[in-house]
Ligand binder design. Structure first.
Ligand code: UDP
Ligand code: MG
Length: 159
């Protein structure tokens, strides 16, 4: 039984989720947090923060050669964002499913982008695309560290 729980814990991941300035301006913060919360994931970090272009460029460094890069940076610095860390089994991939395809024209209804966005350059939310990028993004956005706690609902969510 101990080994079984140890294996389950070993699969725990953390992901970086950011509600972009349009999501904040459009009052979608509660709705978006609610979706991750109700799914069963655990909130480990949360702050409302306005970043500058230097910071946004670091977050999106991998996309610096893309034609939309400057517009993307302008978008991210245009107002406060909600930066979060969510924890759970497979949370990186499942978080991306909850968010939906990058282009809201292709995001399925029921996903955040499918339900709340129209244009690719105003797609409401960011989520890490891999465990390794999540680790980097969490370190960038939460240099102060994140909360250490375990939900008392844990055994109602994990078998
Ligand atoms: N983006 C854009 N135009 C494009 C592709 C991407 O404005 O043609 C923006 C969009 O906001 C997207 C972000 O750049 O969310 C990062 O792009 P990525 O390919 O990493 O998509 P994501 O991981 O956010 O789904
Ligand atoms: Mg991405």
């Amino acid at each position: 039984e101990f080994l079984y729980h140890f294996a389950a814990l070993a699969k725990m991941e953390q992901t970086f989720i950011m509600i972009k300035p349009d999501g904040v301006q459009r009052n979608l913060v509660g709705e978006i947090i609610g979706r991750f919360e109700k799914k069963g994931f655990t909130l480990k970090g949360l702050k409302l923060i306005t970043v500058d272009s230097d910071f946004a460029e670091r977050h999106y460094a991998d996309l610096s050669a893309k034609p939309f890069f400057n517009g993307l940076v302008e978008y991210i610095v245009s107002g406060p964002v909600v930066a979060m860390v969510w924890e759970g089994k497979n949370v990186v991939a499942t978080g991306r499913k909850i968010i939906g395809a990058t282009n809201p024209a292709e995001s399925a209804p029921g996903t955040i982008r499918g339900d709340y966005a129209v244009d690719i350059g105003r797609n409401v939310i960011h989520g890490s695309d891999a465990v390794e990028s999540a680790r980097k993004e969490i370190a960038l956005w939460f240099p102060e560290g994140i909360a250490e706690w375990r939900s008392s609902a844990h055994h109602w969510i994990y078998e």
